[in-house]
Design a protein around this ligand. Structure first.
Ligand code: ADP
Length: 441
């Protein structure tokens, strides 16, 4: 089981220090990337694994899909993740949510935080979604996105998690039974000793969770130092920049935390994302590599022939370059809004999406199992989910970022390790699909 999460029978190595629970998949990757950039070797798992962890990492991020599910289910999954992380030896825990504090009126940030506190037997934690690099800041407990209050940022119209109040003390207060307090900017500016003193004062006042102000990364470093002894922190990905420094003397690979084993093999790009950024990336990529467009209606009419034709295109390219590096082939369903709308009208929105996801997942399996592809770039959040599950990926070692939020990774759980980059729709520069290969591990 050279490529599994489990190393039963192998010599035990250092245990992970930080155990993280993320409420969605791309958020988990974002957090993992931040930890790697701050010097922690990091592994991301897809859901809660049912085997012990391969040792040798400093941090583990369990990716859940628990942001908008019923609160009781989110609690159940988060506690399962916590139990597993504790079994692996993690010492401090991090509940990661979105930097726009995405939550339904019923939670799930508050209920999950409380459940984790109860399970860990702790009566105090912090909450800080600030991510200055993406212009998310907290001041006097109010969350700002792109320079305006959260409820004026567009988030008030979010289809699943509309955020109509920027005051996080109030928002979190409505989701929990615990008293909510504030660690304000003036305190942060005085340094971590002042923040620690404030934490003690809040605890003495019976406050269970403190919203923390933070405007730039320096504030997050101060906060991270003050959180050194808390069993649980809750935050966006920003706080991750500061936490590794608390345990710097125990990080053996600080300089090369992003180093991955090189993986040789054929290359492919699969895209089901119709986001504007992806469409521009495909236009660019088509000038540099052979490509095949999957038509949703054609898939509906004769699925097998279309999938076979896409694979034949890939095979022809690989055969023509049997003796040299021919670079990747691009297979994409991505289409401009009008074409997508037409397919959705004829096939149904859900049906069209699922059909395309299934085709790309089947193609991914064949590329890997039959055509020797070992390096794969996938565009689209839902598309990535479908591909990862078709390939049997259980975990990802996180490497260097290609563009912010999109690292190269290597897989665990697959028959042989693969190099995988999973890009959610709007991430990445226009040349993403061509430059990614030059940044391979
Ligand atoms: P993003 O990250 O850009 O939102 P996703 O993969 O999450 O990308 O979502 C894109 C959705 O659009 C997927 O369900 C995909 O199957 C679907 N899709 C892709 N191409 C087409 C198409 N040509 N017609 C209809 N649906 C499509």
């Amino acid at each position: 089981m050279a490529n599994s999460l489990s190393t039963a029978g192998e010599r035990p190595r250092a245990r992970p220090i930080l155990g993280c629970i993320a409420d969605d998949f791309t958020g988990a990757t974002d957090l993992a990337s931040q930890l790697v950039s701050a010097g922690m070797r990091t592994l991301q798992t897809i859901g809660v694994p049912d085997t012990p962890l391969e040792a040798g990492v400093d941090a583990v991020v369990v990716a859940l899909k628990s942001r908008t599910i019923p609160a009781s289910e989110a609690i159940k999954q988060s506690i399962q993740a916590l139990d597993w992380l504790r079994e692996q030896g993690c010492e401090q825990f991090y509940f990661k949510y979105c930097s726009t504090f995405d939550s339904t009126p019923a939670g799930n940030i508050g209920p999950v935080t409380e459940a984790l506190m109860d399970a860990l037997g702790t009566d105090f934690t912090v909450a800080c979604p600030a991510l200055p690099a993406n212009r998310r800041s907290v001041f006097n407990g109010y969350l700002f996105a792109n320079g305006v209050l959260l409820n004026e940022s567009g988030m008030q119209d979010h289809p699943l998690t509309p955020m109509t109040d920027a005051n996080l003390v109030r928002v979190l207060g409505a989701q929990t039974t615990r008293e909510i307090g504030l660690i304000d900017y003036a305190t942060l500016r005085q340094g971590d000793a002042a923040v620690t003193a404030r934490i003690e004062a809040l605890k003495a006042d019976g406050i269970g969770i403190a919203i923390c102000d933070a405007i730039d990364n320096e504030d997050l470093f101060v906060l991270a130092r003050a959180c050194r002894d808390l069993p649980l922190v809750t935050a966006g990905s920003g706080l991750a920049l500061g936490l590794p420094a608390n345990v710097a003397d125990r990080l053996n690979h600080r300089q090369d935390a992003a180093r991955l084993e090189p993986i040789a093999g054929r290359e492919a790009v699969l895209s089901g994302s119709c986001s504007r950024a992806t469409l521009a990336q495909i236009d660019h990529a088509k000038q540099h590599m052979p490509s095949f467009h999957l038509d949703a209606q054609a898939l509906h009419d004769d699925y097998a022939s279309v999938v076979d034709a896409a694979l034949a295109c890939a095979e022809a390219h690989f055969q023509a370059h049997a003796d040299d590096d021919g670079g990747p082939v691009l297979i994409y369903a991505s289409a401009a809004p009008e074409e997508v709308r037409q397919a959705q009208q004829r096939l149904g929105v859900q049906e069209a999406g699922e059909l395309v996801e299934r085709a790309l997942a089947d193609i991914a399996s064949e590329l890997v199992s039959r055509l020797g592809v070992r390096r794969l770039l996938v565009a689209g959040g839902e598309t990535s989910g479908a591909v990862v599950s078709a390939l049997g990926v259980q975990g990802l070692r996180i490497g260097e970022s290609i563009d912010p939020g999109v690292p190269w990774t290597t897989t665990l759980g697959t028959e042989a390790p693969l190099a995988l980059a999973l890009k959610s729709g709007n991430f990445g520069a226009t040349d993403f699909m061509t430059k990614a290969w030059k940044l391979m591990p």
